[in-house]
Design a protein around this ligand. Structure first.
Ligand SMILES: *[C@@H]1O[C@H](CO)[C@@H](O)[C@H](O)[C@H]1NC(C)=O
Ligand SMILES: *[C@@H]1O[C@H](CO)[C@@H](O)[C@H](O)[C@H]1NC(C)=O
Ligand SMILES: *[C@@H]1O[C@H](CO)[C@@H](O)[C@H](O)[C@H]1NC(C)=O
Ligand SMILES: *[C@@H]1O[C@H](CO)[C@@H](O)[C@H](O)[C@H]1NC(C)=O
Length: 570
């Protein structure tokens, strides 16, 4: 067969393809056009503000028609060409040179132009069909401006725009890189993540002489002010800065304050404000009780014990002046609803999260860490403690429990190594316990990741019942099981099953018993628990999850319609 004939065949097959596909679209569009609904009961949107307007419906119909015409045009051209080729082919049998020399009825140039025209018709048909589909999604699920979750999920593959929020943050202090408490780290992790997601962040915080280096992101703006003598944000100055920024360009969509960064005297005028609580007085009462029970007879009673109840009453009175409340643990959420009497719909639980790209299981990092600190592999169990080495983190308790065990059981003492990261007054005391306890001092974040990888279990004997300790979450993401005080925030939100670790009452007896149990269970059991802990941790405690939960809460505050579709947070 001469090559010309096979070229003709390919042309016919291509045209057949165009005709077939276009026919399907044309028929579908015709059916779609004749059944385009006119009544509003057709929509799935329950609020009238979000329902698409009549203009959208008109646009849907006209785009439908354009698409229909384009496909029809494309099909007709293709059919015409096909016919022309067939006729030419027939002549070809009679006159072999017709096509070859371009002298026949089909001019190759014309053929190309025809196919191009047909293809263009199909492209326009597809474009109009896509636009019509976007309209259809809006009619069905609510206009895009309303940000219904399902509207977004359905339309994003079709139409890319993403509403960027303008967010204000009030925080007492912006953290100095690694030396940061829980509240500041929360502020840093969360708002950097939000900025990276494209939102416009304005951070109102205090200036200090050793001001940390700002992350350089174009959509991250700092508004500094001189702190008050007590170290709080100067409310009058901050409020002026906020008002000024609010009146330039576009106003703030949402505001967020870390604890009382913005005091209730100002917050009461903001309906789109969320406050994140990192410790409330009611929870502190639990810590006060524990401290009092552990108090040695020669120490004097803490004045906090009697003052705390008054503080709770004070908080109950002013908390209601914040529009939305974020609790960082399930227990704190319950307290806010029941004891602080904040309506359920204004209380949201968003657990803390830590950077899942830094805290990952990596045996090589663990070995490198051990080498660096001269730790020998001979011990059968490595316990790790990290954080500030102070009384209310439970270090006196841990010290006493280890001291007693080391004295009474030499097998335990010889086979266990305890690593202590961090600094504080109890660092020096720990050194008294001998050579199987190493005090490593404060560690940078990267070193800390190595530390978690070098241990078998992470121990946190904290007596502070407030907030969720970051160290626990870091250890979980590194795939290590936990051993921690059985405070309600910990047992309800972190170690909610024995499969993830061990909990104990804050007494020396209970802590000793738990330490023996861990030791008897041994490395293999701990490894299993650690794997399970990481699996659950990835679902609950990553910085990405936390930022996504806050983002959907902020969208919900910005536009109430969004809340209807809000995926379950926590
Ligand atoms: C912040 O403090 C530094 C050092 O004290 C000072 O140089 C700077 O001008 C201050 N910035 C503002 C905005 O007050
Ligand atoms: C911020 O600006 C908006 C729009 O101009 C206004 O409605 C709102 O009251 C302003 N907020 C404050 C706290 O000034
Ligand atoms: C808040 O609003 C009240 C009345 O709605 C007003 O009297 C008060 O001055 C406002 N406070 C601030 C800080 O704007
Ligand atoms: C240490 O404790 C283990 C487990 O409780 C026990 O089997 C062992 O006999 C004890 N060793 C000593 C020297 O007390």
């Amino acid at each position: 067969m001469p090559p010309q004939t096979s070229t003709t065949l390919i042309h016919i097959m291509a045209l057949d393809g165009i005709v077939n596909v276009n026919s399907i679209f044309t028929i579908a569009l015709f059916i779609g056009l004749t059944s385009t609904p006119s009544d509003h009961s057709y929509t799935l949107v329950s609020t009238s503000t979000c329902a698409a307007t009549a203009a959208t419906a008109q646009r849907l119909v006209s785009r439908h028609v354009y698409s229909f015409s384009s496909f029809l045009f494309s099909s007709l051209v293709a059919l015409g060409l096909k016919q022309a080729i067939r006729i030419a082919d027939h002549d070809h049998i009679l006159n072999c040179h017709a096509v070859l020399h371009g002298a026949g009825r089909v001019d190759l140039r014309m053929l190309r132009v025809g196919i191009l025209g047909s293809a263009l018709g199909s492209v326009f048909g597809c474009v109009f069909l896509t636009l019509a589909l976007v309209d259809w999604v809006q009619i069905k699920l609510g206009v895009l401006g309303c940000w219904g979750y399902y509207t977004l999920a359905a339309a994003i593959p079709l139409e890319p725009p993403h509403r960027q929020l303008k967010i204000a943050l009030f925080v007492k202090k912006w953290p100095d890189k690694h030396r940061a408490g829980g509240l500041e780290r929360h502020a840093l992790t969360l708002h950097l993540a939000l900025a990276k997601r494209g939102h416009e962040l304005h951070i109102f915080t205090s200036n200090s002489s050793s001001f940390p280096v700002y992350p350089a992101l174009a959509n991250l703006h700092f508004h500094l002010s001189k702190p008050t003598a007590a170290g709080y944000l100067d409310q009058a100055t901050v409020w002026e800065q906020f008002r000024a920024e609010n009146s330039t360009g576009r106003p703030f969509d949402v505001s967020h304050t870390e604890s009382v960064g913005l005091r209730y005297t100002r917050s009461r005028n903001l309906s789109n404000l969320a406050v994140s609580w990192h410790g409330i007085a009611y929870e502190s009462i639990h810590s006060d009780i524990i401290q009092e029970l552990l108090r040695a007879p020669e120490q004097s009673q803490s004045i906090a014990l009697t003052e705390r109840v008054k503080k709770v009453v004070e908080e109950v009175k002013f908390f209601k002046h914040y529009a939305h409340h974020v609790a960082t643990s399930d227990h704190a959420g319950e307290v806010l609803k029941r004891i602080y009497m904040i309506p359920e719909e204004r209380v949201h639980v968003i657990l803390n999260g830590v950077d899942e790209h830094v805290f990952i299981p990596d045996a090589a990092k663990g070995i490198e860490f051990k080498l660096k600190f001269g730790i020998r592999e001979s011990k059968s169990l490595v316990l790790g403690l990290a954080g500030r080495l102070v009384k209310d983190k439970g270090h006196p308790l841990m010290f006493e429990a280890l001291r007693q065990i080391f004295m009474e059981n030499s097998t335990f003492r010889d086979s266990v190594l305890v690593l202590v990261a961090g600094n504080g007054p109890w660092g020096a005391r720990y050194k008294e316990l001998g050579s199987n306890l190493l005090v490593l001092g404060p560690l940078e974040q990267a070193e800390l990741a190595g530390f978690y990888n070098a241990i078998d279990i992470f121990v946190n004997p904290t007596l502070r019942a407030q907030g969720l300790d970051h160290t626990l979450l870091e250890a979980i993401l590194t795939g290590k099981p936990l051993m921690a005080t059985n405070l309600p925030s910990i047992t309800q939100s972190i170690i909610f099953s024995k499969e993830m670790g061990y909990t104990f009452s804050p007494t020396v007896e209970a802590l000793k018993k738990a330490l023996y149990r861990v030791w008897e269970d041994g490395r293999e059991v701990l490894k299993q628990k650690g794997n399970l802990a990481r699996e659950r941790g990835l679902k609950l405690f990553t910085a990405t999850k936390m930022a996504a939960a806050y983002e959907s809460l902020f969208f919900c505050i910005y536009n109430n319609d969004y809340c209807m579709y809000k995926p379950q947070i926590s």
